[in-house]
Design a binder for this molecule. Structure first.
Ligand code: HEC
Ligand code: HEC
Length: 310
């Protein structure tokens, strides 16, 4: 607010209050020549109906004066007169922050309780999972979808197929610190033909028939020379660096021959943002349990995968 508008508001507000005061004074005074209580205003209705001209009762006037005193007091204490902040220093921002702090204090014991519960158990706590669902909708659904099933480039979190591992601590670390998947582009190294060959080979790794069967052998050699460092000898990937398994049905960037050629030629840098600072450890713990619950719908103990890893 610049000085002009600040002054404008001050003058307007005070002039209004002064105007009210003058109006009350004016109506309270008996008019000249009308001092007697028996005087009428001179208005006559229906032939004989007249109106006394009496000043307003004193107690009634005082009510009006009190509202004026209240208004002035308010304007001294609270912001209202242009840029003047009020002697109490109250502000909407502080009030908001205090409310947030109070809300935080209310839920903190609950989250502390959840934080002490191991993720597979927490995933079976329906109250905690309701909270997790809300946190997910607010913080994660923009990228992973409200059903967590992802989209091209954004992994499906409900299929128990993992880039970075599906153990509770993998999931928690992913959300806390974020992840950065880096697939280099290979066109400068392999050339267009080389890319075609290796794509023909990758395409058939999950049991499909390659559209270019005659390129598969050459592709296999190229794969062994350039790709195994990250995707492994057998193409099943490496969760430590988020290199996807190329032998299954799940494709992060689409599994058509064109999709595969494109990503092999041009590479991809994909980022999962870190949420530690944004949400704090306790909320991330609940979210990790929520994500875990999506691929373990019958509870951790019932899934063979969870038993194997114990
Ligand atoms: C800005 C978009 C974005 C947001 C917001 C986001 N993610 Fe992600 N997330 C990604 C991307 C992209 C990846 C894949 C990273 C990669 O390919 O290296 C990913 C990966 C993950 C993974 C690893 C999946 C796997 O297969 O290992 C998990 C778990 C995950 N996100 C959970 C969450 C949760 C929980 C939230 C909310 C707190 C969230 N994400 C918010 C974009 C996002
Ligand atoms: C430096 C490690 C590294 C090397 C070397 C590498 N990749 Fe990758 N690749 C990755 C990572 C990491 C991703 C996942 C990118 C992401 O998170 O979006 C990936 C993704 C892919 C995908 C997409 C998979 C999907 O699910 O959509 C294909 C296909 C692929 N790589 C093929 C290859 C081929 C073929 C080679 C060899 C020419 C190769 N990669 C070499 C790390 C590597």
């Amino acid at each position: 607010m610049n000085n002009f508008w600040s002054l404008f508001i001050i003058v307007l507000a005070l002039a209004n209050i002064a105007g009210c005061w003058l109006l009350i004074r004016w109506t309270a005074k008996p008019r000249p020549g009308e001092a007697s209580a028996e005087e009428t205003t001179g208005h006559v209705w229906d032939g004989d109906l007249t109106e006394y001209n009496k000043p307003m009762p004193r107690w009634w006037l005082w009510l009006f004066y009190l509202t004026i005193i209240f208004a002035l007091g308010y304007l001294v204490l609270y912001p209202g007169l242009g840029k003047f902040a009020g002697v109490l220093g109250w502000s909407q921002y502080d009030a908001y922050e205090q409310e947030v702090a109070a809300a935080e204090e209310r839920v903190a014991p609950l989250f502390a309780d959840y934080a002490a519960t191991p993720i597979p158990q927490l995933a079976e706590n329906s109250d905690a999972m309701d909270t997790g669902r809300r946190l997910f909708a607010n913080n994660c659904a923009v990228c992973h979808g409200s059903d967590a099933r992802g989209a091209t480039g954004y992994p499906n979190l409900a299929d128990n197929d993992w880039l970075y591992g599906g153990e509770p601590e993998n999931i928690e670390r992913t959300i806390m610190a974020g992840r950065n998947g880096m697939m280099p582009g290979w066109k400068p190294v392999l050339g267009e033909d080389g890319v075609k060959e290796v794509a023909a080979y990758v395409y058939q790794l999950n049991g499909r028939t390659s559209p270019n069967p005659d390129l598969v052998e050459a592709g296999k050699e190229r794969f062994a020379a350039t790709c195994v460092g990250c995707h492994g000898m057998d193409g099943t990937g490496n969760q430590a660096i988020g290199a996807p398994n190329l032998t299954d049905e799940t494709w992060l960037h689409g599994g058509s021959i064109e999709n595969i050629r494109d990503i092999v030629a041009n590479g991809r840098t994909n980022q999962m943002p870190a949420h530690a600072d944004l949400l704090g450890e306790d909320r991330v713990h609940v979210l990790a349990a929520y994500v875990y619950s999506l691929s373990h719908p019958d509870g951790a103990a019932a899934t063979p995968g969870a038993n194997e890893s114990q």
